[in-house]
Write a protein that binds this ligand. Structure first.
Ligand code: CUA
Length: 324
């Protein structure tokens, strides 16, 4: 069972705290190995003492540890109090002052930008201050750039965790917590909500996409722009259906009257690779299934079932797929 549990952490899902891709996550991985070694030494020492005690019961003439009160007291004070205090204080000091302190250090002479990530049941809203860009779940950042992430929540407590980039940061109502996102190189790093937040906590994932600064700037310009106006009769019909139904009261599509804030901003939905916080791929078939029966795919989510009829449903899907 232990082996099965250990192996469950393997596999390449792009989310591995021991495969660091930034300074803070490298420090955390080193700290983890240090703690594992320290814990192994403590465990081996305790097991050896237990083994000696066991042998002594069976055989006479072995070292007589703790037979008298003074030795017993010394052993308890030493192994039970003094050594644990020293070890725990040392680990705390190393973890807090050398590792954790650097996870949100201010930029020192490097390019800096701020993004805001807001936890929702159950998706991640992403805003880029200074730009009109609003997106969800697929968080683009420029690589080799220190990004100050401001983490907040729209409802309950969530925890933002991209293990290959940095530690967890709680998203607490009424608080603005900070974490540093810095990717050593271009890449896609998977993240996950790390604080139980309700029925679909397990389906609250996100990706951080680190890309060259020029490409990121182009992406951000696209995200900041209003929606691409529908160009075909079908997508025009889709936009009308979207605006005439409940879709528009929960979702925003900039450039249209739809300005809901309950669900993710859909202005450039078609640029995203996934739907519903990485639950399903953003394909025509999956999007159709999602709109037709969201509660089957993500029970408990705020996305309601709306009876559109087949032709209107296909038109809405075509419209959403045109929002690049
Ligand atoms: Cu959000 Cu768990």
């Amino acid at each position: 069972m232990v082996v099965a549990v250990a192996l469950a952490g393997c596999g390449d899902n792009g989310q591995n705290a021991l495969d660091p891709n930034s300074g803070p996550s490298r420090d955390i991985a080193t700290l983890w190995w240090g703690m594992l070694i320290a814990a192994t030494v403590v465990f081996a020492g305790a097991a050896a003492l237990l083994w000696v005690a066991y042998l002594r019961r069976a055989r006479k003439g072995l070292p007589r540890l703790g037979e008298d009160d003074r030795t017993a007291r010394g052993l308890v004070v030493g192994f039970g109090v003094a050594i644990p205090i020293v070890v725990l204080v040392a680990l705390f000091a190393v973890a807090n002052f050398t590792v954790i302190a650097k996870t949100q250090a201010p930029a020192a002479g490097s390019t800096r930008m701020t993004i805001q990530i807001i936890g929702h049941q159950w998706f991640w809203e992403v805003r880029y201050p200074g730009s009109k860009a609003v997106t969800a779940n697929e968080i683009h950042i420029p690589s080799r750039t220190r990004v100050d992430v401001v983490a907040t929540t729209a409802d309950v407590i969530h925890s933002l965790w991209v293990p290959e980039i940095n530690r967890k940061i709680d998203m607490i109502p009424g608080h603005r917590n900070h974490i540093l996102f810095y990717a050593d190189h271009d890449g896609v790093f998977r993240g996950q909500c790390a604080e139980y937040c309700g029925l679909q906590h397990a389906h609250m994932s996100m990706k951080v996409i680190a890309e060259p600064p020029a490409r990121f700037a182009a992406w951000l310009r696209t995200m900041a722009s209003p929606r691409r106006a529908p160009a075909t009769p079908e997508t025009q019909r889709g936009e009308q259906v979207f605006l005439a139904n409940a879709c528009a009261s929960c979702h925003a599509i900039r450039g249209t009257p739809a300005d809901g804030t309950i669900g993710p901003d859909l202005t450039h939905l078609a640029t995203r690779g996934t739907l519903a916080a990485l639950t399903i791929p953003n394909t025509r078939a999956a999007l159709t299934r999602w709109i037709r029966d969201p509660q089957h795919i993500k029970p408990g989510s705020k996305m309601p079932h709306i009876d559109l009829g087949d032709r209107d449903l296909q038109a809405v899907v075509a419209y959403l797929q045109s929002l690049r």
